[in-house]
Design a protein around this ligand. Sequence first.
Ligand SMILES: [Zn+2]
Length: 75
Amino acid sequence: MIEYYYFFGVSITDIRIGDKLVMKKVHPCGNNIFTVLRIGMDFRISCDKCKREIMLPRKKVEKGIKKIIRDGETL
Ligand SMILES: [Zn+2]
């Protein structure tokens, strides 16, 4: 069964490479905005402040997103 997680009317399946994700969890460097580098079972995202890359299971991304920013606009 496929579960879709909706927030602000947007499904996680709408996330594209290059989108910025505002996450509930704050990176140790104090930033909570990440850029999407790869999408799949695992998501690869990079911290916008320290540029460190993180691999996150899809589930964690689904649960951790506050909002998606694309081209400077909140989806
Ligand atoms: Zn960071």
